[in-house]
Design a protein around this ligand. Structure first.
Ligand code: FAD
Length: 544
């Protein structure tokens, strides 16, 4: 955070920052030389107060700009890419965001200055960073507006774009309500997940989080503050959802709610046969009265698996379970959850038994647990705390996430799990199908062409100081092989949380949606000021 001096003098400091940038432009005042910009990737933390006269004197902020100790914004969960910004805005109102963007917009395409909204900074490859630009710390916008839950037939909650999903859960539960669709980890912001999609085990039924939003308030790349929904400014609404931060900054969102259960039956079963595993997953996501959450994961080359199975999970048949030996084979774990309230426990049991009786898992591997709804949804945070204790959370995370058409999942699995990955990747490999027939297909999110596709996530963690298979270079090499195979095999695979280096690759990613994407960019952020860390457009470079 900036010092109190900066808070009191935010107007002067904004002016200074921008003057210094203008000073770097040919034909303007010489506050820094182009040679310095060309050879250095960092900007001094503190900018000395000189050359005050500027067109920015009128800017008034409710929050403040910081030029000090901003290193944390040059990092993210991926911990691989580090781009130092010049300034960080701690907005206290939507007009702070609008004023700064407007000002940069008015500087025109001659300025390289860009703006990145930073939610909780849990991107993987610098997507929320802005090299020499302004990072907007969206979490300081929390409380704009105060979270407000509206009960009634179609309940919803109004939240700030910088709000964390975990806080929304706690607040809505006070009214016996909760959002319908989640991510596996809740310490992420509304703006961050709505810019991607927000996919988890509820998406087969409710669609991703971007399909469960009624309205947004956003600030475009021109600095305009606009409310949008399916009925009002629908094109902007659809553009922003899944739009990778390219069109506007989300400052408010109205999120759909439903009655929240108190408890969850959480079940895991194992398969050694991929065909049976995927057949059962597909059966469950299409069943009328199914589980409330369906995911799955792949377990490669692990022995003694069931002995160190999660201690909170109990085997249904303890004796045969203890005798089960995976023999180092690749196994597939189907994970399901049924929500219930204590007084209806027996009904949930009946439904669960009926659903399980139609599945073909290895009988001795049925494990179950009953946990509170909050503990179930916040499950990854428990792992986070354990990993933090061991210093294994803030390590590089070379993750890749793929969406694979149902018709190609066998081919993909055979090659990737039979050939490319012989060993465990030091992290979970999630794998589950979703059915997008009920999804809103007008958003910017790109998915495979088929109605049913699998989300496959390789969530590796690098072990610090390792020289073995969990060394960063080795994991990156494996990732490259998987990505290369995904492209060359022509399986119609799309990346989720996509990361590309060239505009050609982005064009291929968007396919037939590319034309609309660039039209929307030209309408809402014509100077390509927003979200430079996605590396789709470069400011001041023609877009077509
Ligand atoms: P950031 O990383 O800060 O930002 C992400 C992008 O959105 C950037 O381009 C940024 O500029 C832009 N942005 C941020 N805020 C705004 C805003 N208010 N308006 C406009 N643009 C904005 N994803 C899933 O879908 N499902 C999961 O189950 C899931 N699990 C995860 C588990 C972990 C442990 C982690 C680290 C990530 C997981 N993710 C998951 C991915 C996550 O949804 C994305 O990385 C998300 O972008 C992170 O949110 P954030 O608030 O940290 O956003």
């Amino acid at each position: 955070m900036g010092s109190p001096f900066y808070k009191q003098n935010n107007v002067a400091y904004l002016k200074l920052c921008l003057i210094i940038f203008m000073g770097c432009l040919p034909g303007t005042t010489h506050l820094c030389s182009n040679r310095v910009l060309a050879t250095s990737t960092t900007i001094p933390d503190r900018l000395e107060p000189f050359h005050i006269a500027s067109p920015f004197q009128t800017l008034r902020l409710d929050g403040y700009l910081s030029f000090d100790n901003n290193h944390h914004t040059a990092n993210d969960f991926g911990n691989i890419y580090h781009f130092q910004p010049s300034a960080v805005l701690y907005p206290q109102s939507v007009s702070d965001i609008s004023s700064v963007i407007k000002l940069i917009y008015e500087m025109g395409s001659g300025s390289e200055l860009t703006v990145a909204a930073r939610g909780h900074g849990h991107s993987l490859q610098g997507q929320a960073q802005a090299h020499r630009g302004v990072v907007m710390n969206m979490e300081s916008l929390k409380g704009y507006p105060e979270m407000q839950v509206h009960v009634g037939e179609q309940p919803y909650v109004d939240v700030s774009g910088g709000e964390l999903w975990i806080n929304i859960l706690h607040e809505t539960l006070k009214h016996g309500l909760a959002p319908k669709s989640w991510t596996d980890y809740l310490h992420l912001t509304v703006g961050g997940t709505l810019s991607n999609a927000g996919i988890s085990g509820q998406a087969f039924r409710h669609g991703p989080q971007i399909n469960n939003v009624h309205e947004l308030e956003v600030v475009t790349g021109k600095g305009d503050i606009i409310s949008c929904s399916r009925k009002q400014n629908a094109d902007l609404f659809n553009a922003v959802l899944g739009g990778l931060g390219q069109f506007a900054i989300i400052t408010k969102a109205r999120i759909s709610l439903q009655p929240a259960p108190k408890m969850v039956k959480w079940i895991r079963v194992l398969y050694s046969d991929f065909s049976l595993f995927s057949k059962d997953q597909e059966l469950l996501i299409s069943a009328a009265n199914s589980f409330d959450y369906i995911e799955g994961f792949v377990i490669i080359n692990r022995t003694g698996l069931l002995n160190n199975w999660r201690s909170s999970f109990n085997p249904k048949d303890p004796k045969p379970a203890s005798q089960f030996n995976s023999n180092g084979k690749t196994l597939y774990c189907l994970e399901m959850a049924k929500y219930f309230n204590p007084e209806e426990s027996h009904i949930a049991d009946q439904i669960t038994d009926i659903l399980l009786s139609g599945l073909e898992y290895i009988p001795s591997t049925l494990f179950s647990s009953e946990v509170s709804f909050v503990n179930f949804l916040d499950r990854v945070h428990l792992s986070e705390m354990k990993l933090r204790e061991k210093g294994l959370w803030e390590v590089p995370h070379p993750w890749i996430n793929l969406m694979i058409p149902k018709s190609k999942i066998h081919e993909f699995s055979e090659e990737v799990f039979g050939n490319i990955l012989k060993n465990n990747i030091n992290g979970p490999i999630l794998m589950y199908p979703v059915n997008k027939t009920k999804w809103n297909n007008m958003t910017s999110l790109v998915t495979p062409d088929e109605d049913v596709f699998y989300l496959v996530a390789f969530l590796s963690s690098v072990v610090p100081s390792s020289t073995g298979s969990d060394h960063l270079d080795n994991i990156l090499t494996l990732n490259k092989r998987i990505l290369k195979y995904s492209t060359t095999a022509n399986l119609g695979i799309k990346q989720y949380l996509p990361h590309y280096r060239t505009q050609e690759e982005w064009r291929a990613h968007f396919g037939s949606q590319w034309k609309v994407f660039i039209q929307r960019k030209a309408s809402y952020d014509p100077l390509a000021i927003l979200a430079p860390g996605q590396r789709i457009f470069k400011k001041a470079v023609p877009m077509v």
